[in-house]
Design a protein around this ligand. Sequence first.
Ligand code: ADP
Ligand code: MG
Ligand code: ZN
Length: 413
Amino acid sequence: MTNPLQILHDVFGFSSFREGQEEIVRAVLAGEDVLAVMPTGAGKSLCYQLPTLVRNGLTVVVSPLIALMRDQVEALRHFGVEAGSLNSANDQAENRRVTDSIRDGRMRLLYASPERLANTGATEWLARAGVNLLAIDEAHCVSQWGHDFRPEYALLGEVRRRLGGVQTIALTATADVATRGDIMHRLFESEPRIFIHGFDRPNLRLAMQAKEHSRRQLFSFLDKHRHESGIVYCSSRDATEKLSDSLNQAGYRALPYHAGMPQGDRAKNQDIFLQEDGVVMVATVAFGMGIDKPDVRFVAHAALPKSIEAYYQEIGRAGRDGAPADTLTLYGLDDMRLRRMQIEDSDAPDEQKRVERQRLNALVALCEAPRCRRQTLLAYFGETTEPCGNCDLCIDGVMSFDGTIEAQKLLSA
Ligand code: ADP
Ligand code: MG
Ligand code: ZN
């Protein structure tokens, strides 16, 4: 067997593994089924591409988007690796080229849409050609609790069986417990090895406060960040307009952003935020997808985010350059109670209510964490760490501590 590090250098031109990659590569090479959870950009593709090249044979990669497949196939061919894709956008010549290459045993990485694989004929043909590894990218698409459910993904457990129960690696950036559970029981017969890596963003300072004088709390946070670029997330369109007005009156350069604004105004505000320094974007969650501004120095939530995943995504837009960045989340106890009632009163099936309840509880637990926020946050994603020294609880201790003593004094008086 060729040395993985050698191939990392010689084929991909990388000098070393990134955090998490080597362990996963070794587990795949040892023949284990794997579920790998790593954030976007962490380098998940290498975790199945490299083992494929270390061993012999064909890896089938399931990917939900044709554009993603094309990029990957192009990148692999650029590295001199025989790769191709089967999807509805191929012309006949390309299809022939791909099938010939598989038949000759030259093809190493075949990208296929789940629809294609759900076709029994195609899977049986592949089974006869011999598949060594099934890699399921964006595996959270199997979960109906996620934002990205794709019914075709639900058939992949069956595809795996038709491929003779082939060794499988599932990869995703979405790590919440319910989604992970779905991935495991829909794609695997027995529990795979699970690897969760790279969710920590140590340069982000984390802080959460129960709303008391929410405006004062928010303004005192923003006052520490005058002339810096940042985002304030609000829970409604109306709130973004009002807050951005008051911030402008208070001498900030603030702009609103929400889905109800005319497309032109939205695009204009986004451009200003990206191009100028020191602009505060006051936005609903409609803002931020695909925004890559490295020097966002703060993110504030004027209200409780929707979920821990949403919180993590939204604060993650700060400090992409690796320099220190500050975050503050204000939460209302009433909002939590309201959310809980909405869940109980909805017509959703019990199973979904259970998941929603679990998610809300996790969020509440993070807001009311007794110890290091980062430990609580990362534990939710399945990662363990030491107390971080860069969150409100590590720095100031537990806020309600004095209150507890006061209460005890009162009770014992
Ligand atoms: P993910 O799927 O986790 O979002 P990708 O697999 O698309 O991430 O990889 C993101 C980028 O990181 C790619 O440009 C890839 O070439 C690069 N990359 C992956 N592993 C390494 C490594 N060990 N060293 C340097 N760059 C890497
Ligand atoms: Mg990827
Ligand atoms: Zn901490």
